[in-house]
Ligand binder design. Sequence first.
Ligand code: TRP
Length: 327
Amino acid sequence: MTKQIVFSGIQPTGDIHIGNYLGALRNWVRLQDEYETIYCVVDLHALTIPQDPAAFEKDRLEAAKMVIAAGVDPTTSLFYYQSQVPQHTELSWILGTLTQLGSLNRMTQFKDKSDRVGANLGLYAYPVLMAADILIHHAHKVPVGEDQTQHLELARDLAERFNRRYGDEFPVPEGIIPEHGARIMSLQDPTSKMSKSDPNQGSRILLLDEPDVVRKKIGRAVTDSGTGIEYDWEKKPGITNLLEILSLFQDTAVETLVAEHHDKQYGEFKQLVAEAVVDGLAPIRSAYNTLEDEDVSRLMNKGALDARTSAEKYQVGVRQKVGLTGH
Ligand code: TRP
């Protein structure tokens, strides 16, 4: 039986943290066994907020290295930079002609980001390009965090619209949203998501943080009033977030952890969580350190070549359906 296709993308905006890892990257790695996996560093998406060109070059490479260090195998998965495969933007334009402004106006991420950095056309069209990323490869499944469900809904809608207007072309993609890990919260404010744009470095653990940095950040994590290790997002968001992190790094159900640790002091529990995170990140840090920039760039160029070939195969059909074949 042919395998279903999985597609996902990560923005190269620097500082990849455990929220990105537990919510996305780790699942990318696991999906490699069961699906035909296609992963992309979505550099064009990242351009929708102002980037310094030299720093951006570094961030792109860094993102590629982190994805590989986290366990995405570029000989198993198709892995490349979005900007190197022009079929994405071509399809994005065509899908844009099927997109109602009303649906873009409803996008909460657009509203949030345009409040912060000002509105530009790229930011507005961001969800259309994302739909193109997914549809260009005829993906069936899209592993994403919970914050992307609205964007994914548009991709589904555009697949259906295209199919209705021009004839069957695209599978309607489905999200794979992890039950746990989709929302790792800030260590400093466990009611808001761990984020790379938080000015407080202590709010997040980076994948490349040294063990002592990890210990310090978890040691200083905000906990809740009272005592006892309980899973309760309302009453104990700080401890609950740490339980979630421990559960993911140790691959152990939260209930089991609560049964084991319920009467521990916060300090002791934090030490335990810190060691689990240190152990979980060690192989990623060591893999990252063995990767040479030139080798990664070479892998990415090869990935782009293969991705252009496979995307073009489908894009020919799209052009035919739309009436853009030139005869
Ligand atoms: N918008 C996604 C994010 O910020 C990144 C992304 C771009 C993506 N294109 C995609 C994710 C296609 C999944 C599929 O996380």
